[in-house]
Design a protein around this ligand. Structure first.
Ligand SMILES: [Zn+2]
Ligand SMILES: [Zn+2]
Length: 357
């Protein structure tokens, strides 16, 4: 093990999720990094909707997708403090954000950097099947670590893999540009991130729709949207009014709700493009009216790749954009229980654990 740090403890306190809407803080070993692995001093670790839905409120998922009683947290960022044998790129002192899943490294999806799509039994998500970021130290595979350039903060980094990477991937897949007016449906942290990333990619005009009043308010306060439409009214008419009747060139659904997805599709102009990232549920499509006759393109997108995350980190750093402005609450790890309760009750903004170790 190569390290410049002499004060790495043998054990630490990790936050685990028993599945009964509580957080358990337990002693757990600080592991030594193995072949191709690094030890990270965690500095920030995000709490995601999926942590709450699939683990905190009850363990949902079977077999390889089940929570395996590991340290929780799949959105970590921190500093490398030690490298195991065979590491080729990272050195102690490097700042990194971490792609949330490790894979076999050799299948078609892994070789493209989409570890999310690995079907090997070696696939393991941090905070799900292998120890995650809700502890002061984390052993990570070197090939899941993405450099975190200055001036990005660790909280920025914690948000890049899952939330921001997801919308970056979707927006690049439908190739948004300055020629597009973009509609975002569903204005939680991911929807707000879509507006931030779209502007970084050159989009000048971004509209948003949301049904939860607190989120409408929050989205308006961010100054990322030209117009935030309360979709409990007549959102399609509002979009047609804003676009002089043509509809928008591009849309991304971050809500996962059937009505919002249909709205995003119907709001497209001829030859418009729609990306879907909101998980679950269904969608009603009038195939002839909404897709064929309008010649639209619908793209599905599932998180991002390691190279995608790397490009995104560079883009955000160059433009000095800080995803952490979408974080509403920060808690020390000792208050992880409060953090999860806040995340469950939070109508707007993202919750993040921060470490000062
Ligand atoms: Zn996440
Ligand atoms: Zn693989």
């Amino acid at each position: 093990m190569n390290t410049t740090s002499t004060d790495i403890p043998a054990t630490m306190t990790g936050a685990f999720l028993p599945g009964d809407s509580t957080v358990a803080l337990r002693d757990t070993p600080v592991h030594t990094p193995g072949e191709g692995q690094v030890l990270i001093r965690v500095r920030a670790s995000g709490i995601c909707g999926s942590d709450i839905h699939y683990i905190y409120n009850g363990h949902i998922g079977e077999g390889g997708a089940a929570y395996n009683d590991v340290v929780a947290g799949h959105e970590p960022a921190g500093e490398v403090v030690a490298t195991g044998p065979g590491c080729k790129r990272l050195r102690p002192g490097d700042r990194v954000a971490i792609y949330h899943i490790s894979g076999c490294g050799q299948c078609d999806e892994c070789s493209r950097g989409y570890f999310i799509g690995c079907t090997s039994e070696l696939r393991a998500a941090y905070g799900w099947q292998r120890d995650g970021g809700h502890a002061p130290y984390l052993v990570a595979d070197e090939n899941t670590c993405v450099p975190l350039p200055e001036p990005l903060t660790f909280v920025d980094g914690a948000f890049i893999a899952c939330g921001i990477g997801t919308v970056y991937e979707a927006l690049t897949r439908i190739a948004v540009s300055g020629a597009d007016r973009l509609l975002v449906t569903g204005l939680g942290p991911v929807g707000a991130a879509a507006a931030m990333v779209a502007r970084a990619l050159g989009v000048q005009t971004v509209y948003g729709t949301e049904v939860v009043p607190e989120r409408v308010e929050w989205a308006r306060s961010l100054n990322l949207f030209d117009e935030v439409i309360d979709s409990s009214g007549a959102p399609l008419e509002a979009i047609h009014e804003l676009t002089a009747g043509t509809g928008v060139e591009a849309a991304v659904d971050c809500s996962g709700h059937p009505a919002a997805r249909s709205l995003a599709l119907k709001a497209l102009r001829v030859r418009g493009r729609l990306a879907l990232v909101g998980e679950g549920g269904t969608m009603h499509i009038d195939v002839s009216d909404d897709v064929l006759h309008k010649q639209v393109q619908i793209s599905g997108s599932w998180v991002t790749s390691v190279p995608g995350m790397t490009r995104l980190a560079e883009l955000l750093a160059r433009q000095e954009l800080h995803p952490e402005r979408l974080v509403s609450d920060r808690f020390p790890q000792s208050e992880a229980d409060h953090a999860y309760k806040a995340a469950v009750g939070r109508a707007a903004g993202k919750v993040c654990l921060v470490f000062d170790n």
